[in-house]
Design a binder for this molecule. Structure first.
Ligand code: F6P
Length: 336
């Protein structure tokens, strides 16, 4: 079962599970549409043969959803009852902190559950990286490079917004990999005026174009905090529903007079085909989840530690991992 937002490598995890199960003679039932599938008993019998060619396929054949049984009346009991009536020996739940949080509750109720940590945001503790992250970074990096090219051609300031609800990992890694000039992330909140300062400084050094990456999770000048005109009207509050990129671009152009454009990468970095790292790691995670099941290790998640796959308590997957000070200090030196 997959839960939460999709990401590159989900099919490869399923394929890994199916291969390990086939070798051991296990029967595999796919739960469709995340927890919704367990609330409604929406299942499908899976065979390795059906997934043999899907190691490089983006998205998820099983589909996913953000349905949360903890928000439904007796949702968890229904899920547990359906797991029993379906005769499931173990549930392999692939997801981020929300999905793994439900998995942890089920495990506490005595259900046999194994987790696989997944999110492009890379914000899960207990795993060095969550799969889908590096693919998303690769995609974002390519797009940022394209924006650099067109930005330089037109002497423009380019602002690009990248997904990452609570953490700035994607922005930081993609910005570093593409050689962006500034990265604004929730953990180390730069301000819109820092961006203006950098643009002006770079101009004084003869650099006519500047590329700024802003994470979607950054809280840019909410209403009530913005600069006011002489009548007390807020000049630069972010409009309701306005993207960070659009707001920041508007602000920079207004303050510097330099032509500025904004782009929101949004879901494009999520729906793509997995890169080689994510294909290999997900294949290993799928295999290891089945091995853990056969070893009777429940209430754990299979996670990445360096170049290895390890088992850690499921509860780890529900803790958040933010960009730490030392990584930021190291990489921030490039943002000039
Ligand atoms: O799955 C994580 C994530 O991609 C976040 O980066 C983003 O904020 C969110 O999902 C978007 O969710 P949805 O696909 O439901 O719009």
């Amino acid at each position: 079962m997959n839960g939460g937002g999709d990401c590159a490598g989900l099919n490869a995890v399923t394929r890994g599970v199916l291969r390990a199960a086939e070798v051991r003679g296990d029967e595999v039932v796919g739960i469709r549409r995340g927890w919704a599938g367990l609330l409604e008993k929406d299942t499908v019998t899976l065979k390795y043969d059906d997934f043999e060619r899907l190691v490089g396929e983006g998205g998820t054949e099983l589909e996913t959803s953000r349905t949360n049984p903890l928000k439904r009346d007796k949702g968890l009991d229904t899920v547990a009852r359906n797991m029993n009536s379906l005769g499931l020996d173990v549930l392999i739940a692939v997801g981020g902190d929300d999905t793994l949080g439900v998995a942890r509750e089920l495990s506490a109720m005595g259900q046999k559950v194994i987790g696989v940590p997944k999110t492009i945001d890379n914000d899960l503790a207990g795993t060095d990286y969550s799969f889908g992250f590096f693919t998303a970074v690769d995609e974002a990096m390519k797009m940022i490079e394209s924006l650099q090219t067109t930005g330089r051609s037109h002497s423009r300031i380019m602002v690009v917004e990248v997904m990452g609800r609570d953490a700035g990992w994607i922005s930081l890694y993609a910005g570093t990999a593409a050689g962006a000039n500034m990265v604004l992330i929730p953990e180390f909140n730069g301000t819109v005026d820092d961006a203006v300062k950098l643009v002006n400084e770079r101009r004084s050094r003869g650099k006519k174009s500047t590329v700024i990456v802003v994470a979607e999770g950054v809280n840019l000048v909410p209403r009530g905090k913005a600069e006011k005109d002489e009548f007390g009207h807020e000049l630069f509050a972010k409009a309701p529903g306005e993207s960070n990129a659009s707001y920041l671009a508007r602000y920079i152009e207004e303050k510097t007079g330099y032509e500025t454009r904004s782009t929101v990468l949004g879901h494009t970095i999520r729906g793509t085909r997995p890169n080689s790292y994510d294909r290999v790691m997900t294949s290993r995670l799928g295999i290891r989840a089945v091995e853990a099941a056969h070893a009777g290790k429940f209430g754990v998640m299979v996670a990445i530690s360096g170049a290895s796959v390890v088992e850690v308590p499921l509860a780890e997957g529900t803790k958040k991992k933010y960009v730490d000070g030392s990584t930021w200090k190291e990489l921030n030196q490039f943002f000039v």
